[in-house]
Design a protein around this ligand. Sequence first.
Ligand SMILES: Cc1cc2nc3c(=O)[nH]c(=O)nc-3n(C[C@H](O)[C@H](O)[C@H](O)COP(=O)(O)O)c2cc1C
Length: 181
Amino acid sequence: MRKIDVSLTPFWRICPPSSIVLVTCITQDGKPNIITIGMNMPISAKPPLIAIGVSPRRYSHRLIEETGEFVVNVPPKGLVKQVILCGTISGREHEKFEEAGLTPIAASKVKPPLIKECISHMECRVAAEYKCGDHTLFIGEVVATHINEGYLKGGELDVLKAEPPSHRGRYYFTPHLIFKA
Ligand SMILES: Cc1cc2nc3c(=O)[nH]c(=O)nc-3n(C[C@H](O)[C@H](O)[C@H](O)COP(=O)(O)O)c2cc1C
């Protein structure tokens, strides 16, 4: 197979996708917001850490910096329209919970709410923040976790049931089983 050189911007168009998450954050006076995040990755088990990449241009960037807290919510495929909406409008001018028809419910240890319609949730406190080119890498210490009853399989998220969406460009898709080890 011949390899061809391409110079794509952004280069991650040829990287394998991760699932998309809905990250909730909140203003200091208690107004919640939602941002769609493709750049997310668990990076440490002890202590439990998860990394998200957020552009400083996002309204959510300021909220996460100001409060030092966020929640990573994992949507099922049925929320794909809300995922796109929360990733194309800004909390500067929009009430995303209301416009997306999503329901905020109180988290147990942080101020940003969980999204009721999502499947699993990681409540996070910012443990570190790094400027990475045109994004900021927020490292969240996971201080509480929740999952919908019936979605744990062998102690893990049942991805084939939850069907969390991933995307490349305009295509959104869900995981398919290819092998059970
Ligand atoms: C599928 C998808 C994935 C996205 N991933 C990211 C991401 O990882 N980091 C980021 O800063 N913005 C990402 N965005 C863009 C933000 O979600 C978008 O700019 C959003 O409107 C910002 O909202 P805010 O201004 O309320 O914070 C993504 C958008 C979509 C649709």
